[in-house]
Design a protein around this ligand. Sequence first.
Ligand SMILES: Nc1ncnc2c1ncn2[C@@H]1O[C@H](COP(=O)(O)OP(=O)(O)OP(=O)(O)O)[C@@H](O)[C@H]1O
Ligand SMILES: [Mg+2]
Length: 394
Amino acid sequence: MGAAVAVTRLNLAEFRNYESLRLEVDGRPVVLTGPNGAGKTNLLEALSFLAPGRGLRRAGLTEVARRPAGTAAAAPPAAPWAVSARLALAGSGGGVTIGTGLDGDGAAVQARRVVRIDGRPAKSQTALGDWLSVAWLTPQMDRLFLEGPGERRRFLDRLAYGLEPEHARQLSEFDSALRERGRLLKDQRDSGRPADPLWLDVLEERLAGSAVAVAAARRDFVRRLAAAIAAAGDTGPFPRPLLSVVGTLEQALDGAPALAVEDAYRGRLKVGRRQDMAAGTTLDGPHRSDMAVVHAANGRPAADCSTGEQKALLIALVLAHARLLASDRGAVPILLLDEIAAHLDQARRTALFAALLGLGAQAWLTGTDGALFGELGQEAQHFSVQDGRIGGKL
Ligand SMILES: Nc1ncnc2c1ncn2[C@@H]1O[C@H](COP(=O)(O)OP(=O)(O)OP(=O)(O)O)[C@@H](O)[C@H]1O
Ligand SMILES: [Mg+2]
């Protein structure tokens, strides 16, 4: 199994405003320019579905299916959407085709996601992470440090999958056990009949095992990313971020071995059943953890930094992650940078382009103003996007 360094061909069918698209690219950065509403972010979103999870808009599975103008968002899609990509793999020189989309043919579209690796169905979407690592920054993420912990935690987890695809599997195992426990407790509350205590024991055992694996993987990832940031030294015009993960299990692992943390968490789940039932949620666990970032040079938490500084901190994190992957897995992630050039001053823009080219990362950059990418010249491939079509190479 290898890890991809670049997409060489992208195919979309019935995805958002793309009826169908076939795009051939090489390993250089890809610049997509076009007017508002052309389909630039949609194309990045399609690429983001080639990683485990719900993509860069966290959209529902049927939401991204193409709907003709005037059709209600709730209407079932007429045809299943699909995204697939041919990937060039690091080292071996070989390739693999990975794809995902809705199940079913035109006659019967099902709201079930399928994943294929070289044409063969994969058991779970987490298989995507074995082949490709995708990181993204979008304008919505300008609020990442200002809002609740959910998006920060997901950002951290996605970066961590890149280094350790097993993390995605443990998270998915944890989520499914968490949902199942929640359902049992809700049934008990609604019906007044006690849930099967043995079944709860089994679920909580699964929950505790995967929870500790998730917390340990986050700690390990943060430690390695922090070490890579420290080792990189000068970060140019991008501030150096100090990164940590905050959560009950993550902190417990500071002072106790994993098995002890797991036993203690399982015990807390058992005694907390009544309280969790009343709250309608599991109150303690790694699904509540947060990522904390501090601007190293001035010691300010990211939330207190200026909008531009917050963006620069995020860019610094994503670049450090890409460098870590390059040195650890021998493959850089695909970077989806939506409207990033428009948000940076000239010096930072030039530094970002230089960093991307230095990494050899296939970054997909979007913007309405092609002039902002002019300095990339032939070191990038430039396309115009219009009405859900690639108008041509610029
Ligand atoms: N499910 C869908 N089916 C068809 N069209 C859709 C669907 N979802 C979104 N669209 C349309 O896709 C168009 C392109 O959206 P997108 O966000 O990709 O534009 P963009 O090129 O990034 O524009 P901007 O420069 O404003 O960010 C929008 O007009 C939107 O209405
Ligand atoms: Mg956009």
